[in-house]
Each structure stands twice: as C-alpha cells, then as structure tokens.
Write a protein that binds this ligand. Structure first.
Ligand SMILES: Nc1nc2c(ncn2[C@@H]2O[C@H](COP(=O)(O)OP(=O)(O)OP(=O)(O)O)[C@@H](O)[C@H]2O)c(=O)[nH]1
Ligand SMILES: [Mg+2]
Length: 181
C-alpha cells in the first residue's frame, strides 16, 4: 500500500518538489503550508492552505492561529489520511509553519492508526539562534506524536560542500537528502 507523504512548510514542500523532479511517484502527496506561493509550485498532490487572515499588520501566521486552524480542519485531515497505513511527514524545524503544524498533523495521523514517521531537518549552525531553540521545542513535541523520527544532521552536510557554501546551495543539498530518507 502506498504511503501518504505529507510535506509541511517551505522546506518540506521544496524538498519534495525536488524529489519529484527526479522521478518519485509511489506516494500520495499532501502539502500543507501557510504560503500560497510554495503550494502553487508543487505540481501534484492535495494542497492544504492554512493561510490565516493578516492580523495586527502582520502577514506571517501566529502559532496559536495555526493550531486553531488545524483543530478546525481536523476532520478533513483525517479524511485525507483514510486508506493509508503509513504517513511520512517531511518538514524543516525552525520556522513557524513546519515547527508548529508537524506535531499536530503527526498526532492526527497516528490517531487514525497510521504508522507515522517524520523526517525533519534542524536549522543549520549559521541560522538565527532563536530558530534553533524554536526547532528544539518543535522536535520534542513531534517526538511524542510519531512512531519513528528521523532527524537529518544538517551541519554534517556542510563539510561535504566546501568552505564557503551559499545558503541556497546548502538548502538545495538538503532538499536532495531529506526525501530520500
Ligand atoms: N531543505 C531545505 N531546507 C530549508 C529551505 N529553506 C529553509 N530550510 C530549513 O527549514 C527551516 C524552516 O524553514 P521553512 O520550511 O522555510 O519554514 P516554514 O515551516 O515554511 O515556516 P514559516 O515560513 O516561518 O511559516 C529553516 O530554518 C531551514 O533550516 C529549503 O529551501 N530547503
Ligand atoms: Mg514558509
């Protein structure tokens, strides 16, 4: 039976898009994001847009709004899981969308008796320190909700890439690794 692959946030969607470009078909894909542009770039799969209304002049979602949105859409998400035995979540910890939504969606998948695996990256060492602590917290929440957790040790990729790595190149390399895991 083919798994549900659930890409969450920019990192998850970009990594999956790259994997599909190299010919990856055997999965039912669900993409969840708060950014419509990222979702539009994905050519295949069920797209779930969690774009809250801009609030107090901010255009980025607030974590509490995202959690509420997931709760509101829970039944629909349960339906999307229907018929599968395994869910594989792909996301990057450290932003807002992937960090806060991944544990909730993992909980929903596991709650519907799917064997639930999460493949995530943690921020590179050169990223903002606040991202790291946010990512650590997200990872702990996620760990409680999955059967299996695979964390990609991103900093160990850097030495493979030479001394001065452009940021985008580091992410591109990670995109190549995440969905193979
Ligand atoms: N593989 C890969 N990782 C990325 C990329 N962009 C960012 N990341 C990593 O993923 C983490 C989360 O970034 P995003 O996925 O863009 O964030 P998001 O989940 O969409 O959350 P918000 O945009 O903040 O709501 C970052 O801190 C980076 O470590 C990318 O293009 N590819
Ligand atoms: Mg994003």
């Amino acid at each position: 039976m083919i798994p549900r692959v659930i890409a969450i946030g920019g990192c998850g969607i970009r990594a999956l898009t790259r994997r599909m470009e190299s010919g990856f078909r055997n999965a039912d894909i669900i993409a969840i994001d708060t950014d419509r542009k990222e979702l539009t770039a994905l050519k295949k799969g069920e797209k779930v847009s969690f774009c809250p209304e801009p609030k107090r002049g901010f255009h980025r979602p607030f974590p509490e709004d995202l959690c509420q949105k997931v709760e509101e859409e829970k039944e629909w998400l349960v339906d999307l899981m229907h018929g599968a035995e395994t869910a594989i979540l792909v996301s990057g910890m450290g932003g807002t969308t992937g960090t806060f939504i991944s544990p909730l969606v993992a909980g929903i998948a596991r709650g519907t008796a799917l064997f639930t695996v999460a493949v995530v990256s943690m921020p590179f060492g050169f990223e903002d320190k606040r991202r790291r602590s946010k990512a650590e917290k997200g990872l702990e929440d996620l760990r409680k909700q999955v059967n299996s957790l695979i964390v990609i040790p991103v900093n160990s990729i850097l030495p493979l890439m030479g001394v001065e790595v452009p940021l985008q190149e580091a992410f591109n390399t990670l995109d190549g690794i995440l969905p193979h895991s």
